[in-house]
Design a protein around this ligand. Structure first.
Ligand SMILES: [Zn+2]
Length: 193
């Protein structure tokens, strides 16, 4: 698991240890099958995967209510950017941090927060998330080729996600937009365009 430390100094491992523990959970973190390896990540570049053909990862801070990082993964000329949680500016004008733009620039696939309808965002403008309108704006500003709307609001049903997608697709002029869904397999790369 790759994640940043919280502002109070706790690592992802500390946080999970504190959450996955009786009495709120039936077992301790180490009772979960599998082997867990934790990596504290700061803004940096590092590699993961097969050392003979490693994936280069760029990590940058992303505005959010809690400390959050976004990741740009680059492998064999293909770039996928993962920005699960992104605080949209609360004002009417969209802006983006340089580090975030660096993550998204020219991505073949941008997986981005799109939690709120504009009406909902108005009442939750400091909860750490954004609208699909903001996601489309950022994707096009950064020159991303495809945008996966992600981090759907738990109170939105499929019809609502379909409506958000339709609005985003109407708004988009250069980026190909779709809604992320469980168990979807996506092929990315120069050949898929
Ligand atoms: Zn969040």
């Amino acid at each position: 698991m790759y994640a940043p430390r919280q502002d109070d100094g706790r690592s992802a491992e500390d946080v999970l240890h504190g959450t996955i523990t009786p009495p709120m959970f039936p077992i301790e973190l180490h009772g979960i099958p599998g082997s867990l390896h934790f990596h504290d990540v700061v803004e940096s570049e590092f590699t993961i995967g097969n050392p003979e053909s490693p994936v280069l990862v760029l990590a940058r801070r992303v505005p959010h209510v809690g400390r959050a990082l976004g990741y740009r993964l680059m492998w064999r000329g293909v770039t996928v950017t993962y920005l699960s949680d992104h605080q949209q500016p609360s004002g009417a004008e969209f802006t983006v941090d340089d580090g975030v733009l660096e993550l998204c620039s020219g991505a073949d696939l941008l997986i981005h927060d799109s939690q709120y309808l504009p009406d909902e965002f108005a009442g939750r403008s400091d909860w750490g998330h954004c609208t699909a309108e903001f996601a489309v704006w950022l994707a096009e500003k950064a020159g991303a080729r495809r945008l996966a709307l992600f981090h759907h609001d738990p109170d939105h049903n499929d019809d609502c996600v379909d409506e958000i997608l339709a609005t985003a697709q109407k708004l988009a002029t250069t980026v190909d937009v779709f809604a992320a869904a469980e168990r979807t397999t996506i092929t990315v790369g120069p050949a898929s365009h």
